[in-house]
Each structure stands twice: as C-alpha cells, then as structure tokens.
Design a protein around this ligand. Structure first.
Ligand code: HEM
Ligand SMILES: N[C@@H](CC(=O)c1ccccc1NC=O)C(=O)O
Length: 366
C-alpha cells in the first residue's frame, strides 16, 4: 500500500462542513422553530447514509453473481458482505425507536410544512427494493398506479432504467438454476423424496382427522390446506403446473432454481453446500429484516398519525401495512420449509453422489 503524500485533516476528509451544514429545518420559515424537526432531519439523513452503504454492498454482490461461474472465494465474499448488510439492517430496525421519542403532537408542529414530500420519494429506498427484485408487477395496486407519478423526471428515468435491468433476485435465480447436481446420473433422488414428503402429508392429514378438538368445518379447512400443499409440491416436478404457479404469483423462483434451493437446504451439511446454504439463508434474512423495518415503520406511523392520510397521498398506515405483507422478494426461501423433512426421513445419497459433494481431501485416502 502506498504512503499518503499529503497530511489529512479529520474534518476535511469527512467533509464535515458539508455534512453538518445540511440540517436546515423549515419551521423557522413559518414561525417558531419546531424543536423536533432537527431530530426528524438527522434520523432521515442517517437512514439515507445507511441505504447508501447497503446499496454499495448489494451492488458488489450483484456484480459477483453476474460472473458466469461463481467461484467459492467469490461466494465466501458474497456471504461476508451479506452479513454486513444484515448488521446494518439490524441497526436500521432499532433506529425506529429514536424517531419514536418524538410525540405525535411534536410532529404535528412541523408536519404541514413537509407536504407533499414523503418517504415515497426516497430514491435510495426504491433503488434498494428494485435492486433486490421488487418490480412494478409485484407492487400493490396503489403503487402500480402512482409509483412514478410522485417522482421528478430525473428520478423517474433513473428508477425506470433500473427496473429494466435484471435484479439480484434474477441473478440468484440464474445461479441456482445452473447448479449441476440436479442432473446426477442414475439417481432417483427426486422420486424418493416425493414419496417421503407425501408420507409426511399423509401423516398430517391423519393427525387432523384424529383431532377431536376441531369442528367439522375446521377439519375440512385444514385438510383443504394440506391438499393444496400436496398440489403445490407436485407442481415442483411438473414444468407446466409450475409455470401456472409462477404466473399466478404463488412462487417467484424458476423451477430449477427452486429445486436447487431445496436440495441445498435438505443436504446443507454436505461440504459443497455450506457456502450456498449460508448465502440462501442470508438472502432470506435480508428479506426478513426489510419486512421487519416496514412493519416497525408502519406501527410508528400509526402511532404518529392514527388513520390520517400521508403527506405523499397514500392512506398512510393502511398502505404501509399492506406493503409489509406483500413486498417480499425472497419469500420462496421461506415457503420452501413446507417441504423440508427431518434428516432421518431423507433419502440416503448414493456413495458416488456423496463423494461428488464432499471436499476432495476428505476421500483422498479411500
Ligand atoms: C414521524 C415519522 C414518520 C412518519 C409519520 C412517516 C410516515 C409515512 C407515511 C404516511 C408514508 C406513506 C407515504 C405517504 O402517503 O406519505 C411513508 C412512507 C415511507 N417512509 Fe415514512 N414516516 C416517518 C419516518 C420515516 C423515516 C425515519 C424513514 C427513513 C428513511 C421513512 C421512510 C419511508 C419510506 C422509504 C417510505 C416509502 C415506503 C413504501 O413506499 O413502501 N419514514 N412514511
Ligand atoms: N409521510 C409523512 C411525512 C414524512 O414522514 C416525511 C416527510 C418528508 C420527508 C420524509 C418523510 N419521512 C417518511 O415518510 C406524513 O404523512 O406525515
């Protein structure tokens, strides 16, 4: 590493004059300064800084996934950076508490001066959603109509361009879909596995039928749910039926990607799956933490505004509550758990498959 040639001064390096000069409350323009407006501005600015760092990490992860082959070292780096993202997300989720030290009435002292600005116009937040894989079709009806209306031309063009690119979700799907182990020769794994899952569902149905505490209607309801699970499971192995599930929005991953993710989760203890399993788990966690943020923000908004409409023109809390449920990107990594089985019920892997999944040195002596 080269030595620096010029002495560096702390405040210059961090551009503090700019950074600390950027908190300008609007309330003094209209009357007395609202004391809490500084807190409001700083909390938002801190969020935007963390969004910037998270985007920096996710863009690099995106770049690594874009390689035609993802080497183990790159995958380890993906895992490392995803953990950093998760740590920042944890902080962002806790930070909701800071804004909650402001009472609803303290907020009302300057709220009217903000119209029509709102978090809708946080381009970095929208970029984060789009980069992860939330495209317009996946958004709720209110957003599909007016997502872009609220933005200036420059921001709209920027986000529209981003939406036209493959997302991290697409890249992860490609990576999973091209994994080689779905094509092991002479290995009837999938039919053995289907049998094992169907046995589990039979046992579940039996449990429901024998449960005397359930009313007839409840029993029918639960049996219907199990039948649906059976259908969805069967569709994993049938291209046409799987496509229907995908078209209906019930699943988002492609069929080969879904099967790979399942296989990795089922046999995560095999050495070659350690890193892929970690990455899948971390991506699921990114989704989970973002959902928790949405939920905390929505709860905070309910506390601040009750059922008032938002400055950005949405129904406020009600809109935010809906996005919490529906704006999920890696939900398939969660629903996959439906088809997981205890290790004892899993088909035993044939020796040559196991060997293909192990580290070279672990069977070198054989
Ligand atoms: C007093 C505190 C806050 C209130 C009352 C509030 C309220 C709202 C409301 C009502 C919306 C829906 C848009 C609208 O119609 O106005 C919204 C959206 C949003 N807010 Fe906040 N917010 C607050 C603080 C924050 C903070 C600290 C952030 C951090 C960056 C933030 C980020 C966002 C984002 C990203 C959205 C868009 C969400 C989406 O479209 O799914 N908000 N907020
Ligand atoms: N949408 C909020 C206002 C608000 O929170 C806000 C306003 C301007 C800039 C950022 C904001 N934060 C998040 O929505 C409201 O309806 O009160």
């Amino acid at each position: 590493m080269a030595k620096n040639v010029e002495p560096v001064y702390y405040g210059d390096y961090l551009q503090l004059e700019q950074l600390l000069g950027a908190q300008q409350p609007h309330s003094p323009r209209y009357g007395d300064e609202a004391h809490e407006e500084t807190l409001f501005i700083i909390v938002h600015q801190v969020y935007e800084l963390w969004f910037k760092q998270v985007l920096h990490e996710l863009r690099s992860i995106y770049g690594l996934f874009a390689q035609p082959q993802l080497a183990d070292e790159s995958l380890a780096l993906v895992g490392h950076r995803l953990r950093r993202v998760l740590t920042i997300q944890e902080l962002m989720n806790q930070q909701v508490q800071v804004i909650e030290t402001m009472t609803p009435q303290e907020f009302l002292a300057f709220r009217d001066y903000l119209v029509p600005a709102s978090g809708f116009q946080s381009i970095q937040f929208k970029e984060l959603e789009i980069l992860l894989g939330l495209n317009r079709q996946r958004r709720i009806a209110f957003d599909q109509q007016s997502f872009y209306n609220r933005l200036n031309d420059h921001d709209r063009a920027y986000l529209e361009n981003l939406e036209a690119q493959p997302s991290l979700f697409d890249r992860v799907d490609d990576w999973l879909a091209r994994m080689p182990f779905l094509r092991f020769q002479d290995f009837s794994f999938w039919s053995l596995y289907q049998q094992a899952v169907n046995d589990m569902l039979d046992a579940d149905s039996e449990t429901v039928r024998n449960n005397a505490t359930l009313t007839d209607a409840e029993q029918q309801q639960e049996l219907k749910g199990i039948a649906e699970t059976r259908e969805n499971f069967a569709a994993l192995f049938d291209q046409q039926r799987y496509q229907q599930l995908r078209d209906s929005g019930a699943v988002q991953l492609s069929q080969p990607a879904m099967l790979s993710a399942l296989f990795i989760s089922l046999y995560r203890e095999e050495p070659v799956f350690h890193l892929p399993f970690q990455v899948i788990t971390s991506l699921a966690e990114v989704d989970e933490k973002l959902t928790i943020w949405r939920y905390k923000h929505a709860m905070m908004v309910q506390r601040m505004l009750g059922s008032k409409i938002g400055t950005g023109g949405s129904s406020g809390h009600d809109y935010l509550r809906k996005t919490t449920e529906s704006n999920r990107v890696f939900k398939d990594f969660f629903s996959m758990a439906t088809y997981l089985l205890p290790k004892s019920a899993m088909p035993v892997l044939p020796q040559q498959v196991k060997r293909a999944l192990g580290f070279y040195f672990s069977h070198q002596t054989q």
